[in-house]
Every structure is written in structure tokens, then in C-alpha cells.
Design a protein around this ligand. Structure first.
Ligand SMILES: NC(=O)C1=CN([C@@H]2O[C@H](COP(=O)(O)OP(=O)(O)OC[C@H]3O[C@@H](n4cnc5c(N)ncnc54)[C@H](OP(=O)(O)O)[C@@H]3O)[C@@H](O)[C@H]2O)C=CC1
Ligand SMILES: O=C(O)C1=N[C@H](C(=O)O)C[C@H](O)C1
Length: 359
């Protein structure tokens, strides 16, 4: 995909841009405004009082001494950590990735948030690029760095769509700094999930395999249907994603499987059937099957099938843009800033369950 290719092979012309031309949403505010207790310039109620940095991070816990790093080669240029007129300071781990770029673009249009930095792995060709070049916007005046620890120090909330090992390490930084951590990464193993669980005792962590409103709604519906139908109804989950996806089944498919298993009152690990190949025998009653397809530029399709003798119910969600995940992540940022430690889900963020309504 073009955006990703751009991120992976940054061209020389995308070198760090002058800070003076920074994007409106990331432009440093005049000194007077920084010191004032006035609401954010364009708060539009997006930043509730409780979400202000001062409330989110007591000064003692997050000293203002986190040093700004200005475009040091490979290190990135972070904005200094200090209250910016009530805006929520957001960092993006994996900012040059498919989701990272979409997040930068989305955040640039959100009032009440200030992008303070973006990180990539050491040696990434994106290091030193201006974040605006990744977002396809005007320059942010901030360059991609490789110091995720400093990013967590500089931000109130870090959004993380990277890979399982990086995310588990980042959760440790969240715990050390008390910074809220919004995790979209999928494919984590039990040890990595346990590390995140430990970190959530020290920092607010929102984790969801799919941040879209539609899939979170689907999850509720699937649980309800599975609860209603008896085990004569076979449950199969089919997902399709773009050719670059590295984990299978998708995190969303597993989450939907968990929902179906919950509806049936059984642990998924006992009934999950991960793909079939060869002479596998007849279907075992009660199992929940998974099939993963990969190809092209498919953003993410998920179908949950309930199949019985003579009839079949299929519920499908199709993502046609990564914007839906980015919008969900932004909701999580606004919700998590100022929250106490804990492991939260998009259900908490969206404030709905079957019988309730979406916010
Ligand atoms: N929850 C949700 O709603 C969604 C979740 N996802 C999940 O998000 C993850 C990322 O997806 P996608 O954006 O498509 O993948 P990409 O590979 O495009 O992006 C991941 C980025 O993270 C970078 N990265 C790797 N290691 C580090 C590190 N230590 N520090 C900082 N950055 C690092 C990668 O760099 P490099 O390529 O050089 O290694 C890459 O640029 C996947 O797990 C995916 O399943 C995706 C969409 C929605
Ligand atoms: O890798 C992706 O692209 C996606 N990953 C998530 C998953 O594994 O479920 C969410 C979405 O389907 C896109």
C-alpha cells in the first residue's frame, strides 16, 4: 500500500521540517496561553475537566523535567512535557505504520489533543521524518524518534499499534510513567498479555483487538445470539485481511470467538478449532471454528456464522477504511486521559452493552 511504502522507504525530501510551520493542532501555544488555566483553544467539550493533564498526572508523579529532544538524529524531536492549555498530549508508537499514519492524520483534526511525538523501532527508515510527512498534512515540526520510553514521559496518552513484543515493552513504560496506554496491537501471547495486566495495575490501559464501533457492537450481538441458540447450531468465524497481516486468526476473530464462547458459557480455549486441513473427521459438536483468508488490500472483514439443519444466520462486519479504527482509538484517548490504573476495553470507552446505547 502506498502510504505504508512511503513510511517504509522515506524519501530524502521528507526530511524534518521547520518547527515554525507546524500543523495547527500541534503548534505550540503562545507562552501566555500555556500558563493560563483557560480551556483548550478549541476544546468543543472534547476534553472534559477530568481529562486535563493536571488531573491525569499529578505533578509529583510526572515531573515537568522530561526533556524535549530536538531533532537529534534518530532520536526524534519530542515536545516538552508540560501542560498545554488543557490539551491532552498524545504520542504514537509505530507512527509510520498503516495505523500510525492514519492516526496522525485523524488526530490532526481533533480539537483538544496535541500530538507530542511518534516512535518507530531502532533502525527504521522513518526515523527523522516529520510527522506531517507521514500524516500527509503540513509539517508538525516533530520528527520520528526511536525512544519509546521518552515518548511515554512526554505524553499523557500513548496510542500503540505496533507488534506484540514492542507493545509489551511499552506497557512497562506506561507503568513506570503512569501514562495512559491505548493498545490496538493484536497477536499477543500469554506472557505478553500478563505483562500488560501487570502494567495496568499502575496505569490506565485500554486494549481492544478492534476499535471500531461496528465490531464492538457485533461482539455484543454475537454473545447474545450464542446464548439464545443451543449447541446444535455450529459456530464458524471467517475473517479476511490484506496480504501484509502477520497474525492469524485476527485479534477480532478471536474476540468474536470469546464472545460466542461466553454466550455458551464455555471457555474458548476448550472449544476453539483453528482451521482444518486434511482428514480431520466430522465436526465436533460445540466447537467454534476459525478460518483466516489473506489477500489484496482488504482492510478487515469478519463473519460469524451460526449454522443449523435447514437454516443459517450470518453476521458480517466489513471495514473499508482504517479511519474507523483510528476514530475508536481517539475516543479511547479522550476517555483514558485522567482515568486511574486498570485494564479497560472499548466497551468501557463506548459505554454500551446490549440493552444500552452507544455514546
Ligand atoms: N485494534 C484495532 O482496531 C486494530 C489493530 N490493528 C493491529 O495493529 C497492529 C499494527 O497494524 P498495522 O498498522 O497494519 O501494521 P504496520 O506493520 O503497518 O505498523 C506497525 C508499525 O510499528 C512499527 N514498529 C515495530 N517495532 C516497533 C517498536 N519497537 N517501536 C515503535 N514502532 C515499532 C513497525 O515498523 P517496522 O515495519 O519497521 O517493523 C510499523 O511501522 C497489528 O497488530 C494489527 O493487527 C490494526 C488495525 C486495527
Ligand atoms: O491487521 C489489521 O489490519 C487488523 N487487525 C485487527 C485484528 O487483528 O483483528 C483489526 C482489524 O481487523 C485490522
Amino acid at each position: 500500500m502506498a502510504g505504508k511504502a512511503q513510511a517504509k522507504r522515506p524519501k530524502p525530501k521528507a526530511a524534518p521540517a521547520p518547527a515554525a510551520k507546524s500543523n495547527a493542532k500541534t503548534k505550540p501555544l503562545p507562552k501566555k496561553e500555556k500558563a493560563s488555566a483557560k480551556p483548550a483553544r478549541d476544546s468543543r467539550a472534547a476534553v472534559p475537566q477530568s481529562a486535563k493533564p493536571a488531573a491525569a498526572k499529578p505533578a509529583a508523579a510526572k515531573p515537568v523535567t522530561a526533556k524535549p529532544v530536538t531533532a537529534k538524529p534518530g532520536g526524534g524531536g519530542l515536545r516538552p512535557k508540560r501542560p498545554v492549555n488543557g490539551a491532552i498530549r498524545v504520542g504514537i508508537a509505530g507512527c509510520a505504520g498503516r495505523m500510525g499514519q492514519m492516526l496522525l492524520k485523524t488526530l490532526a483534526a481533533v480539537p483538544g489533543v496535541l500530538v507530542v511525538g511518534g516512535s518507530e523501532r531502532k533502525g527504521s527508515p522513518a526515523l527523522g521524518m516529520d510527522l506531517g510527512a507521514l500524516a500527509g498534512t503540513e509539517p508538525f515540526g516533530i520528527t520520528v524518534g526511536d525512544d519509546a520510553s521518552a515518548l511515554f514521559e512526554a505524553a499523557d496518552v500513548v496510542i500503540d499499534f505496533t507488534n506484540p513484543a514492542a507493545t509489551a515493552q511499552h506497557a512497562g513504560f506506561a507503568a513506570r510513567t503512569g501514562t495512559a496506554h491505548v493498545i490496538g496491537t493484536t497477536g499477543l501471547d500469554a506472557d505478553q498479555l500478563a505483562a500488560i495486566g501487570r502494567a495496568a495495575q499502575k496505569a490506565p490501559i485500554v486494549m481492544a483487538s478492534n476499535m471500531s464501533l461496528g465490531v464492538n457492537l457485533l461482539e455484543q450481538v454475537v454473545e447474545q445470539i450464542a446464548r439464545i441458540l443451543d449447541p446444535d447450531w455450529d459456530i464458524e468465524i471467517v475473517e479476511m485481511h490484506h496480504r501484509h497481516k502477520v497474525d492469524a486468526p485476527s485479534g477480532t476473530a478471536l474476540t468474536l470467538g470469546e464472545a460466542a464462547a461466553r454466550g455458551r458459557g464455555v471457555p474458548l480455549r476448550r472449544v476453539a478449532r483453528r482451521a482444518r486441513d486434511g482428514h480431520v473427521g466430522a465436526r465436533v459438536k460445540g466447537e467454534i471454528g476459525f478460518q483466516a483468508l489473506r489477500g489484496g488490500d482488504v482492510v478487515g472483514d469478519h463473519t460469524v456464522m451460526f449454522a443449523a439443519d435447514g437454516e443459517r444466520v450470518e453476521i458480517t462486519h466489513k471495514a473499508s477504511s482504517r479511519e474507523i479504527f483510528a476514530r475508536g482509538a481517539v475516543k479511547a484517548v479522550l476517555w483514558a486521559a485522567g482515568k486511574g490504573p486498570g485494564l479497560y476495553s472499548m466497551k468501557d470507552v463506548l459505554g454500551f452493552s446490549v440493552g444500552g446505547s452507544a455514546t
